[in-house]
Design a protein around this ligand. Sequence first.
Ligand SMILES: [Zn+2]
Ligand SMILES: [Zn+2]
Length: 357
Amino acid sequence: MFEYTGAVHIHSVYSDGTGKIEDIAKAAFDSDLDFILMSDHNTLKPKEDGYEKWLNGVMVLIGYEVNDMSNRNHYLTFGIDEVIGTYRELGNGELGCKLSAKEYVKEIKDKGGIGFLAHPDEERSHLPEHPSYPWIEETDDYTGIEIWNHMSEWIEGMDEGNKIDRFLHPLRSVIAPPAKTLKRWDDAAMKRHVTGIGGVDAHALKQNVLGFFEVEIFAYKVLFKSIRTHVLLDAEISKNNQAAFEKDKAGILEALRKGKCFVANFNNGNARGFRFYAEFRGITCNMGDTISANGENVILRALVPKECEIRLIHNGNLFSESKGMNAAWDVNLPGIYRVECWTASRGWIFSNHIRII
Ligand SMILES: [Zn+2]
Ligand SMILES: [Zn+2]
Protein backbone atom coordinates (compact mmCIF):
# COMPACT_ATOMS: atom_id res chain seq x y z
CA MET A 1 0.00 0.00 0.00
CA PHE A 2 1.07 3.57 -0.59
CA GLU A 3 0.97 5.94 2.34
CA TYR A 4 0.25 9.66 2.02
CA THR A 5 0.11 12.21 4.79
CA GLY A 6 -2.30 15.09 4.93
CA ALA A 7 -3.73 17.83 7.07
CA VAL A 8 -7.50 17.99 7.31
CA HIS A 9 -9.83 20.80 8.40
CA ILE A 10 -8.17 24.02 7.35
CA HIS A 11 -9.67 27.49 7.06
CA SER A 12 -8.28 30.08 4.66
CA VAL A 13 -9.08 33.71 3.98
CA TYR A 14 -12.20 32.40 2.22
CA SER A 15 -13.70 32.20 5.74
CA ASP A 16 -12.06 32.84 9.11
CA GLY A 17 -8.57 31.53 8.38
CA THR A 18 -5.58 33.81 8.11
CA GLY A 19 -3.80 32.41 5.03
CA LYS A 20 -4.21 32.41 1.27
CA ILE A 21 -4.56 28.94 -0.21
CA GLU A 22 -1.32 29.18 -2.19
CA ASP A 23 0.57 30.07 1.01
CA ILE A 24 -1.15 27.29 2.97
CA ALA A 25 -0.16 24.82 0.22
CA LYS A 26 3.43 26.08 0.35
CA ALA A 27 3.48 25.64 4.15
CA ALA A 28 2.08 22.12 3.71
CA PHE A 29 4.79 21.27 1.16
CA ASP A 30 7.48 22.62 3.47
CA SER A 31 6.01 20.45 6.25
CA ASP A 32 6.39 17.37 4.06
CA LEU A 33 2.64 16.87 3.61
CA ASP A 34 1.23 15.24 0.48
CA PHE A 35 -2.28 16.66 0.58
CA ILE A 36 -4.49 19.14 2.43
CA LEU A 37 -8.26 19.14 2.84
CA MET A 38 -9.56 22.70 2.97
CA SER A 39 -12.84 23.31 4.78
CA ASP A 40 -13.87 26.95 4.79
CA HIS A 41 -17.22 27.70 6.42
CA ASN A 42 -20.24 27.15 4.19
CA THR A 43 -18.51 27.89 0.90
CA LEU A 44 -16.92 26.19 -2.08
CA LYS A 45 -15.71 29.48 -3.51
CA PRO A 46 -12.03 28.41 -3.43
CA LYS A 47 -12.96 25.45 -5.61
CA GLU A 48 -14.89 27.68 -8.00
CA ASP A 49 -11.82 29.91 -8.14
CA GLY A 50 -9.73 26.96 -9.32
CA TYR A 51 -7.71 26.13 -6.20
CA GLU A 52 -8.51 22.42 -6.20
CA LYS A 53 -5.40 21.07 -7.92
CA TRP A 54 -1.71 20.34 -7.41
CA LEU A 55 -0.51 23.60 -5.95
CA ASN A 56 3.04 24.29 -4.77
CA GLY A 57 3.77 20.55 -4.65
CA VAL A 58 0.75 19.34 -2.67
CA MET A 59 -2.73 18.14 -3.57
CA VAL A 60 -5.28 20.72 -2.48
CA LEU A 61 -8.74 19.18 -1.99
CA ILE A 62 -11.57 21.56 -1.30
CA GLY A 63 -14.61 20.83 0.81
CA TYR A 64 -16.46 22.96 3.33
CA GLU A 65 -17.62 23.03 6.95
CA VAL A 66 -21.35 23.46 7.30
CA ASN A 67 -23.11 24.57 10.50
CA ASP A 68 -26.76 24.98 11.40
CA MET A 69 -28.71 28.08 12.45
CA SER A 70 -27.65 27.61 16.09
CA ASN A 71 -24.01 27.48 14.86
CA ARG A 72 -23.71 23.93 16.12
CA ASN A 73 -23.34 20.56 14.43
CA HIS A 74 -20.30 21.53 12.38
CA TYR A 75 -19.86 19.02 9.55
CA LEU A 76 -16.75 18.65 7.39
CA THR A 77 -17.90 17.85 3.88
CA PHE A 78 -15.79 16.62 0.95
CA GLY A 79 -16.26 15.15 -2.49
CA ILE A 80 -19.28 17.21 -3.46
CA ASP A 81 -19.62 20.11 -5.89
CA GLU A 82 -22.37 22.10 -4.21
CA VAL A 83 -22.99 23.71 -0.85
CA ILE A 84 -26.12 21.97 0.42
CA GLY A 85 -29.09 24.03 1.65
CA THR A 86 -29.75 27.75 1.84
CA TYR A 87 -28.02 30.04 4.30
CA ARG A 88 -28.84 32.99 6.48
CA GLU A 89 -26.76 35.40 8.55
CA LEU A 90 -26.51 34.41 12.19
CA GLY A 91 -26.14 38.01 13.27
CA ASN A 92 -22.39 37.90 13.92
CA GLY A 93 -21.35 37.95 10.29
CA GLU A 94 -21.38 34.16 10.11
CA LEU A 95 -23.80 32.05 8.13
CA GLY A 96 -26.00 29.16 9.14
CA CYS A 97 -27.63 26.49 7.00
CA LYS A 98 -31.43 26.58 7.23
CA LEU A 99 -31.56 22.79 7.01
CA SER A 100 -31.25 20.80 10.22
CA ALA A 101 -27.98 18.90 10.70
CA LYS A 102 -29.86 15.66 10.17
CA GLU A 103 -31.05 16.98 6.80
CA TYR A 104 -27.70 18.23 5.52
CA VAL A 105 -25.85 15.12 6.64
CA LYS A 106 -28.39 13.00 4.76
CA GLU A 107 -28.39 15.15 1.64
CA ILE A 108 -24.59 15.19 1.45
CA LYS A 109 -24.56 11.41 1.68
CA ASP A 110 -27.32 11.04 -0.95
CA LYS A 111 -25.36 13.27 -3.33
CA GLY A 112 -22.26 11.10 -3.00
CA GLY A 113 -20.25 13.29 -0.63
CA ILE A 114 -18.51 12.24 2.55
CA GLY A 115 -18.67 14.04 5.87
CA PHE A 116 -17.25 14.06 9.37
CA LEU A 117 -18.71 15.37 12.64
CA ALA A 118 -16.28 18.17 13.53
CA HIS A 119 -15.09 18.64 17.14
CA PRO A 120 -18.29 16.85 18.35
CA ASP A 121 -17.65 17.02 22.09
CA GLU A 122 -16.23 20.50 22.37
CA GLU A 123 -16.61 22.09 25.81
CA ARG A 124 -15.24 25.54 26.54
CA SER A 125 -15.97 27.18 29.80
CA HIS A 126 -13.04 29.55 30.30
CA LEU A 127 -13.31 31.91 27.37
CA PRO A 128 -16.74 33.39 26.81
CA GLU A 129 -15.58 34.96 23.54
CA HIS A 130 -14.99 31.44 22.16
CA PRO A 131 -18.11 29.37 22.76
CA SER A 132 -18.08 25.65 21.99
CA TYR A 133 -19.67 24.19 18.88
CA PRO A 134 -20.60 20.63 19.85
CA TRP A 135 -22.48 18.02 17.85
CA ILE A 136 -25.92 17.63 19.37
CA GLU A 137 -28.02 16.07 16.59
CA GLU A 138 -29.02 12.41 16.25
CA THR A 139 -28.05 11.08 12.84
CA ASP A 140 -26.61 7.95 11.39
CA ASP A 141 -25.78 9.12 7.89
CA TYR A 142 -22.34 10.58 8.49
CA THR A 143 -19.16 8.98 7.16
CA GLY A 144 -17.02 9.54 10.20
CA ILE A 145 -15.91 11.62 13.14
CA GLU A 146 -13.08 14.07 13.61
CA ILE A 147 -11.71 12.25 16.65
CA TRP A 148 -8.91 14.73 17.36
CA ASN A 149 -9.00 18.47 16.67
CA HIS A 150 -5.91 20.51 17.51
CA MET A 151 -7.64 23.83 17.97
CA SER A 152 -10.43 22.41 20.12
CA GLU A 153 -8.05 20.78 22.56
CA TRP A 154 -5.80 23.80 22.61
CA ILE A 155 -8.58 26.24 23.51
CA GLU A 156 -10.47 23.87 25.75
CA GLY A 157 -7.92 23.72 28.51
CA MET A 158 -6.99 27.39 28.24
CA ASP A 159 -7.69 29.79 31.07
CA GLU A 160 -6.42 33.22 32.09
CA GLY A 161 -3.47 31.59 33.92
CA ASN A 162 -2.05 29.44 31.11
CA LYS A 163 -3.10 31.58 28.17
CA ILE A 164 0.36 32.97 27.46
CA ASP A 165 2.03 29.57 27.80
CA ARG A 166 -0.47 28.08 25.35
CA PHE A 167 0.24 30.83 22.85
CA LEU A 168 3.99 30.37 23.20
CA HIS A 169 3.80 26.57 22.93
CA PRO A 170 0.80 25.78 20.74
CA LEU A 171 1.82 22.15 20.19
CA ARG A 172 2.74 21.19 23.75
CA SER A 173 -0.78 21.41 25.18
CA VAL A 174 -2.22 18.95 22.67
CA ILE A 175 -2.14 15.60 24.49
CA ALA A 176 -4.79 13.17 23.20
CA PRO A 177 -8.22 12.93 21.59
CA PRO A 178 -11.07 13.53 24.08
CA ALA A 179 -12.09 10.26 25.80
CA LYS A 180 -15.70 11.26 25.18
CA THR A 181 -15.13 11.45 21.43
CA LEU A 182 -13.29 8.12 21.30
CA LYS A 183 -16.25 6.59 23.14
CA ARG A 184 -18.70 8.22 20.74
CA TRP A 185 -16.67 6.79 17.86
CA ASP A 186 -16.36 3.25 19.24
CA ASP A 187 -20.04 3.14 20.19
CA ALA A 188 -21.12 4.22 16.71
CA ALA A 189 -18.61 1.95 14.98
CA MET A 190 -19.93 -1.11 16.81
CA LYS A 191 -23.13 -0.69 14.79
CA ARG A 192 -21.68 0.26 11.39
CA HIS A 193 -18.44 1.46 9.84
CA VAL A 194 -17.46 4.95 11.07
CA THR A 195 -14.11 6.44 10.01
CA GLY A 196 -11.96 8.43 12.43
CA ILE A 197 -9.94 11.38 11.08
CA GLY A 198 -7.87 14.12 12.71
CA GLY A 199 -8.12 17.85 12.08
CA VAL A 200 -5.98 20.92 12.67
CA ASP A 201 -8.83 23.46 12.42
CA ALA A 202 -6.88 26.62 11.79
CA HIS A 203 -9.08 29.56 12.83
CA ALA A 204 -8.37 33.24 13.04
CA LEU A 205 -8.22 33.62 16.80
CA LYS A 206 -5.55 36.22 16.54
CA GLN A 207 -7.69 39.32 16.79
CA ASN A 208 -9.29 38.16 20.00
CA VAL A 209 -6.41 37.11 22.20
CA LEU A 210 -2.98 38.63 22.70
CA GLY A 211 -2.67 40.31 19.35
CA PHE A 212 1.10 40.66 19.26
CA PHE A 213 1.79 36.90 19.19
CA GLU A 214 -0.62 36.24 16.39
CA VAL A 215 1.35 35.61 13.20
CA GLU A 216 4.15 33.44 14.59
CA ILE A 217 1.93 31.30 16.79
CA PHE A 218 -0.71 30.41 14.30
CA ALA A 219 1.39 30.04 11.24
CA TYR A 220 0.01 27.10 9.26
CA LYS A 221 3.50 25.64 9.36
CA VAL A 222 3.20 25.28 13.13
CA LEU A 223 -0.22 23.67 12.92
CA PHE A 224 1.02 21.25 10.25
CA LYS A 225 3.40 19.81 12.86
CA SER A 226 0.41 18.69 14.87
CA ILE A 227 -2.52 16.40 14.01
CA ARG A 228 -2.21 14.61 10.68
CA THR A 229 -4.30 12.05 8.86
CA HIS A 230 -2.35 9.38 6.96
CA VAL A 231 -4.14 7.48 4.18
CA LEU A 232 -3.22 4.10 2.70
CA LEU A 233 -3.95 3.73 -0.99
CA ASP A 234 -3.77 0.76 -3.36
CA ALA A 235 -2.45 2.93 -6.18
CA GLU A 236 0.43 5.35 -6.23
CA ILE A 237 -0.37 9.04 -6.56
CA SER A 238 1.01 10.72 -9.66
CA LYS A 239 2.91 13.68 -8.17
CA ASN A 240 2.21 17.09 -9.67
CA ASN A 241 0.22 15.52 -12.49
CA GLN A 242 -2.92 17.63 -12.99
CA ALA A 243 -4.27 15.14 -15.54
CA ALA A 244 -4.38 12.42 -12.86
CA PHE A 245 -5.68 14.74 -10.14
CA GLU A 246 -9.33 13.63 -10.18
CA LYS A 247 -8.38 9.95 -10.04
CA ASP A 248 -5.91 10.52 -7.19
CA LYS A 249 -8.38 12.71 -5.33
CA ALA A 250 -10.99 9.95 -5.59
CA GLY A 251 -8.43 7.54 -4.13
CA ILE A 252 -7.85 9.73 -1.08
CA LEU A 253 -11.57 10.36 -0.48
CA GLU A 254 -12.31 6.64 -0.84
CA ALA A 255 -9.61 5.81 1.74
CA LEU A 256 -11.24 8.31 4.12
CA ARG A 257 -14.69 6.88 3.43
CA LYS A 258 -13.56 3.34 4.13
CA GLY A 259 -11.32 4.09 7.11
CA LYS A 260 -8.07 3.15 5.37
CA CYS A 261 -6.31 5.80 7.39
CA PHE A 262 -4.90 6.67 10.79
CA VAL A 263 -4.50 9.81 12.86
CA ALA A 264 -1.22 10.91 14.41
CA ASN A 265 0.26 13.85 16.25
CA PHE A 266 3.47 14.69 14.39
CA ASN A 267 4.72 16.61 17.41
CA ASN A 268 5.28 13.23 19.10
CA GLY A 269 7.14 11.76 16.13
CA ASN A 270 6.63 11.07 12.45
CA ALA A 271 4.11 8.23 12.23
CA ARG A 272 4.91 7.38 8.61
CA GLY A 273 5.24 3.62 8.37
CA PHE A 274 2.70 2.76 11.07
CA ARG A 275 0.56 -0.23 10.12
CA PHE A 276 -2.30 -2.06 11.76
CA TYR A 277 -3.48 -5.13 9.87
CA ALA A 278 -4.90 -8.60 10.28
CA GLU A 279 -3.97 -12.00 8.94
CA PHE A 280 -6.70 -14.54 8.42
CA ARG A 281 -6.32 -17.78 6.44
CA GLY A 282 -3.27 -16.39 4.64
CA ILE A 283 -5.03 -13.18 3.62
CA THR A 284 -3.96 -9.76 4.87
CA CYS A 285 -6.77 -7.38 5.84
CA ASN A 286 -6.42 -3.72 6.67
CA MET A 287 -8.06 -0.98 8.66
CA GLY A 288 -11.59 -0.45 7.42
CA ASP A 289 -11.99 -4.13 6.49
CA THR A 290 -14.45 -6.65 7.89
CA ILE A 291 -13.31 -10.24 8.44
CA SER A 292 -15.86 -13.07 8.58
CA ALA A 293 -13.95 -15.27 11.01
CA ASN A 294 -16.90 -17.14 12.55
CA GLY A 295 -14.98 -17.79 15.76
CA GLU A 296 -11.70 -18.79 14.12
CA ASN A 297 -8.52 -17.08 15.26
CA VAL A 298 -7.35 -13.89 13.59
CA ILE A 299 -3.87 -12.45 14.06
CA LEU A 300 -3.78 -8.69 14.48
CA ARG A 301 -0.46 -6.93 14.01
CA ALA A 302 0.79 -3.41 14.66
CA LEU A 303 4.08 -1.99 13.37
CA VAL A 304 5.24 1.34 14.77
CA PRO A 305 8.16 3.50 13.56
CA LYS A 306 9.55 4.00 17.08
CA GLU A 307 9.21 2.39 20.47
CA CYS A 308 6.02 3.34 22.28
CA GLU A 309 3.17 1.94 24.32
CA ILE A 310 0.87 -0.01 22.02
CA ARG A 311 -2.72 -0.52 23.13
CA LEU A 312 -5.26 -2.74 21.47
CA ILE A 313 -8.80 -1.49 21.98
CA HIS A 314 -11.68 -3.96 21.52
CA ASN A 315 -15.24 -2.58 21.40
CA GLY A 316 -14.03 0.55 23.15
CA ASN A 317 -12.21 -1.24 25.98
CA LEU A 318 -8.51 -1.77 26.57
CA PHE A 319 -7.82 -5.36 25.50
CA SER A 320 -4.05 -5.52 25.75
CA GLU A 321 -1.08 -3.23 26.26
CA SER A 322 2.62 -3.68 25.50
CA LYS A 323 5.77 -1.70 24.85
CA GLY A 324 7.84 -1.90 21.69
CA MET A 325 7.92 -1.23 17.96
CA ASN A 326 5.52 -4.02 17.09
CA ALA A 327 2.83 -6.14 18.63
CA ALA A 328 0.75 -9.15 17.61
CA TRP A 329 -2.44 -10.49 19.09
CA ASP A 330 -4.27 -13.73 18.47
CA VAL A 331 -7.97 -12.90 18.81
CA ASN A 332 -11.21 -14.74 18.25
CA LEU A 333 -13.82 -12.46 19.78
CA PRO A 334 -16.04 -10.66 17.30
CA GLY A 335 -16.17 -6.89 17.43
CA ILE A 336 -14.14 -3.87 16.40
CA TYR A 337 -10.44 -3.56 17.07
CA ARG A 338 -8.21 -0.51 16.84
CA VAL A 339 -4.75 0.47 18.05
CA GLU A 340 -3.58 3.44 20.08
CA CYS A 341 0.11 4.32 20.40
CA TRP A 342 1.22 6.45 23.33
CA THR A 343 4.60 7.96 24.00
CA ALA A 344 5.55 9.65 27.29
CA SER A 345 1.87 9.75 28.34
CA ARG A 346 0.91 11.51 25.11
CA GLY A 347 -1.40 10.11 22.48
CA TRP A 348 0.54 9.61 19.27
CA ILE A 349 -1.16 7.31 16.76
CA PHE A 350 -4.82 6.28 16.55
CA SER A 351 -5.70 3.66 13.95
CA ASN A 352 -9.07 2.99 12.36
CA HIS A 353 -10.99 -0.17 13.17
CA ILE A 354 -10.73 -3.68 11.83
CA ARG A 355 -14.05 -5.48 12.27
CA ILE A 356 -14.31 -9.19 13.00
CA ILE A 357 -17.67 -10.92 12.66
ZN1 LIG B 1 -16.07 24.06 13.45
ZN1 LIG C 1 -13.36 24.61 11.51
